[in-house]
Write a protein that binds this ligand. Structure first.
Ligand code: S3P
Length: 450
């Protein structure tokens, strides 16, 4: 199955230790939001370090289709000349968001309160994912949506001409839903209030404030209450996108399971709403240290140093930590295979509606490589085989999911036999330099099935 041209089979195998510096690309969440908020500001926003993965490039094209002027100056430097809040033009063609749930859900939110109509589609993975979680709250503003059965893409949204602000309690822990409602609230007069019971990544709140919107966040007994005053004039910004902790997870975890490794991953944001994996790895006994801790652009940042860690123990990952590491469970389950004892991951139902059903995708691939996995609706557990005990030798389906493909590549670096995926092409959605970067550290990935 591929939505990205021909499938690219990939195999990783044990080689020497991984050593050196791994400069991972820009943060995907912040990259999408930089382009979108730049498109809503009046004047020119300049962005450095933008992630040039397929997901973000699809958002850049979409912003152009809605009337913003987006220019790639090369070397990760981009500029966006925005049209102002409420200023989107109606796109002439269908908006194709590729593989990106973040892209489509955030853009739907933005256009929902503008008097325009747009049709959205995506690849085979995105067109299976639930959109009602976004269109339900957008209907409260007055937006109409018609999609396929079960609220799937392709879907047409008719923006409302008379938006009224809403008060909405997000029923699932999702930064995409929270952000879609806040973005819709931007063009509604008055105060839009979003309440989340569990804190999810807060880039939208921070960046809206940075662009000059009036936004407050209060921690109350009901949860985090976010209040946004609509119809601000957003001011263009100069944005340096920090490196992505979710991409850093791969070289970090690769070093932990590959004998003799010592890898430095510099400049990684440790925003508490994103850094749950690193805390979990340290709880498991990983040799992972934070060097040169500092604050950059208002966010805590450190250089991560990860060394081979043969003494890791399985743990129960606290369910309340799930939102802060939701994209990292696939690679954590690989690390758990190299630990001693069982790792229990509960409160993770959201994993079933990502680019793939990530519990199912990982369980199948782990089992194909000799690992015992148990699973329920919102939990799964992995029985560790110890640092030298992971058999490997399996071929795994990536299900059009970049993080599934990269996780199994990490497994192959430490397993007894090579590990293959049927299709590594989705890696380009978030981490286009993955193979080169891992190769430079000494890893062996080949484009074939063993
Ligand atoms: C994201 C939110 C998360 C995450 C995704 C990026 C964002 O999705 O999985 O990769 O940038 O807002 P959910 O909001 O569905 O949890």
């Amino acid at each position: 199955m591929s939505g990205h041209g021909s499938p690219i089979p990939m195999t990783s195998r044990r080689a020497g230790p991984l050593q050196g510096v791994a400069e991972v690309p820009g943060d995907k969440s912040i990259s999408h939001r930089s382009l979108i908020l730049g498109a809503l500001a009046v004047g020119e926003t300049r962005i450095t370090g933008l992630l040039e993965g397929e997901d973000v490039l699809d958002t850049a094209k979409a912003m152009q289709a809605f009337g913003a002027d987006v220019t790639n100056h090369g070397g990760g430097e981009w500029s966006v000349r925005g049209v102002g809040v409420g200023g989107f033009q109606e796109p002439e063609n269908v908006i194709d968001c590729g593989n990106s749930g973040t892209g489509v859900r955030l853009i739907m939110g933005v256009m929902a309160t503008m008097p325009i109509t747009a049709t959205f589609t995506g690849d085979a993975s995105l067109n299976k994912r639930p959109m009602a979680r976004v269109t339900d709250p957008l209907a409260l503003f007055g937006t109409q949506a018609v999609g396929r059965t079960g609220g799937r893409l392709p879907m047409t949204l008719v923006g409302t001409t008379e938006a009224t602000p809403v008060r909405y309690e997000v029923p699932v822990p999702s930064a995409q839903v929270k952000s879609a409602v806040l973005f819709a609230g931007l063009n509604a007069p008055g105060k839009t209030v979003v309440i989340e019971k569990e804190a999810t990544r807060d880039h939208t709140e921070r960046m809206l404030a940075g662009f000059g919107a009036e936004i407050t966040v209060e921690d109350t007994a009901e949860g985090r209450v976010i209040t946004l005053t609509g119809q601000p004039e957003l001011k263009p910004q100069v944005i340096a996108v920090p490196r992505d902790p979710s991409s850093a997870a791969f070289p970090v975890c690769a070093a932990l399971v590959t004998p003799g490794s010592d890898v430095l991953v510099p400049g990684i944001g440790l925003n508490p709403t994103r850094a749950g994996l690193f805390t979990t790895l340290r709880d498991m006994g990983a040799d992972l240290t934070y060097e040169n801790e500092r604050v950059e652009g208002g966010e805590p940042v450190a250089d991560l140093r990860a060394k081979y860690s043969p003494n890791m123990k399985g743990i129960e990952v606290p369910p309340e930590r799930a939102a802060s590491m939701i994209d990292e469970y696939p690679v954590l389950s690989v690390v758990a295979s190299f630990a001693t004892g069982t790792t229990m991951m509960a409160g993770v139902k959201e994993l079933r509606v990502k680019e793939s059903d990530r519990i199912d995708a990982m369980a199948r691939g782990l089992r194909a490589n000799g690992i015992t996995v148990e699973e329920g609706d919102d939990w799964w557990s992995v029985e560790g085989k110890g640092p030298d005990g992971v058999p490997g030798g399996g071929t795994c389906e990536s299900f059009l999911d970049h993080r599934i493909a990269m996780s199994f590549m990490v497994m192959g670096f430490g397993a007894q036999k090579p590990v293959s995926v049927d299709d590594g092409s989705p890696i380009a959605t978030s981490f286009p330099i993955f193979e080169t970067l891992m190769g430079n550290l000494g890893a062996q990935i080949s484009r074939d099935n063993a």
